[in-house]
Design a binder for this molecule. Structure first.
Ligand SMILES: [Mn+2]
Length: 409
């Protein structure tokens, strides 16, 4: 019996995300950029310390297709450290590819420099990769780009819907072909891709995706040919094939991008590969916590005190905080903003949202309706209706008789 082959799978590093950060004076960049790089270090340390045999980075290295040189250097330094220890697949995600097919992706530089141990997955294919614990058949499919997978003829006169269908068909064909190739190899087999699986639950990738993308059904990947399917793209960690073989797994992103991910765990996957007996686990990283504090002070006469006590009930040190206050409009001026800001000073960063409730009041002649007597209300009504002054006088006299009789009875 041979030992399992240890595989490290991570994705969606998105170096360059700056939201909810502060300016880090030491590095001149956002503290959040630092966070994302620190998480990457955590993954790489784990892989090296636990003697991973092979690693897959399933795409989306940067926030944009044009990362600045500092971001490129920081990402490259880290990948090199990993590749010094093991073969590494760097798959091309949608954030890495330029719109024009002839332009380079943000990770093509690794291919151009022919960095030892680094495989840049910019075209779908598969090959045997030798690791110190034995060979693995590794196949990959980068993010499906229409302008790369469809020919000019296939584009001619097609609606967007038809193009989506054509792209979907092309992706399914490629994956089936890769499976057909894989089956010839009697060794653990892994497929990696950067795409949407229809059955997956979305994280907040919606907010960073560049519009709608084509998705494929889980059944295309749910094939006993594979021992593990390593996915990137959707930021919420999940096994789309939960409880069945093979695992079809999004490792998820390493840091939160917005409050939609407040409650999601962040991390990467550790896989022990064996033909038909592969097992894997999710390893959580120390991502910066996000916390929403909701305070309803609509019925408080001392709203600031209530808010301060809600804040102090939480450990907000180094946390990204979203404070949401429900308050009545007439009490807004009671808020002592300086005190609230001071109470949040230990947070990594914060935002304050005030949901102000305006009371619906009927105003008549510039005065709130409930402060007027029945006679005054009737007078406003009659004036409004355009009655002559004499007629109004008569009607009010008659009405007063009714009002007075009414109170007597
Ligand atoms: Mn992506």
């Amino acid at each position: 019996m041979s030992n399992p082959i240890r595989l490290l799978h991570f994705a969606d590093v998105h170096v360059g995300m700056e939201n909810y950060g502060r300016l880090d004076l030491d590095s001149g960049t956002s503290t959040r950029v630092r966070d994302f790089l620190d998480r990457m270090d955590e993954v790489i340390d784990y892989g090296i310390n636990n003697k991973a045999d092979i690693a897959i980075f399933a795409g989306d290295a940067f926030k944009t297709r044009d990362p600045n040189p500092t971001q490129q250097r920081e990402f490259a330094t880290r990948l090199k450290r990993l590749a010094d220890h093991m073969p590494l697949l760097v798959l091309v995600g949608n954030h890495d590819v330029p719109g024009m097919a002839s332009k380079a992706s943000s990770v093509d530089i690794f291919k151009a420099l022919d960095v030892p141990n680094v495989i840049v997955g910019n075209e779908p294919t598969g090959e045997v990769v030798d690791t110190r614990s034995g060979p693995v058949f590794l196949a990959w499919m980068p993010y499906p780009m229409r302008n790369r997978l469809l020919t000019k003829d296939q584009y001619q006169g097609k609606s967007l819907h038809d193009l989506d269908l054509a792209l979907q068909t092309a992706v399914v064909t490629i994956i089936k072909d890769l499976a057909g190739k894989a089956i010839e190899y009697d060794m653990p087999r892994v497929l990696s891709s950067h795409l949407s699986v229809s059955e997956a639950k979305l994280g907040s990738e919606r907010s960073v995706m560049l519009g709608k993308d084509v998705s494929i059904g889980k059944s295309v990947l749910n094939d006993q040919v594979w021992d593990y399917v390593a996915l990137g793209h959707i930021h919420k960690h999940q096994d789309v094939n939960s409880g069945s073989y093979p695992g079809i797994v999004y490792s998820g992103s390493l840091e939160r991008i917005d409050f939609g991910e407040e409650k999601d765990s962040k991390g990467f996957c550790w896989i022990e590969l064996e033909r038909e007996k592969t097992v894997w686990k999710f390893v959580q990283v120390d991502a910066r916590p996000f916390l929403t504090i909701r305070v309803d002070v609509r019925d408080h006469e001392e709203p600031t005190t209530a808010i301060l006590s809600s804040i102090s009930a939480h450990d907000i040190k180094d946390v990204v905080i979203r404070l949401m206050i429900n308050i009545k409009s007439q009490n807004v001026q009671l808020l002592r903003d300086n005190d609230i800001v001071a109470a949040l000073s230990d947070a990594h960063s914060y935002s304050i949202n005030k949901d102000v409730e305006h009371e619906a009041r009927t105003r008549i002649g510039g005065v709130a309706a409930e402060t007027l007597s029945a006679e005054e209300l009737l007078k406003h009504y009659l004036v409004d209706k355009g009655y002559m002054p004499e007629r109004i006088k008569t009607l009010l006299t008659a009405a007063n008789n009714i009002f007075q009789n009414d109170t007597k009875s």
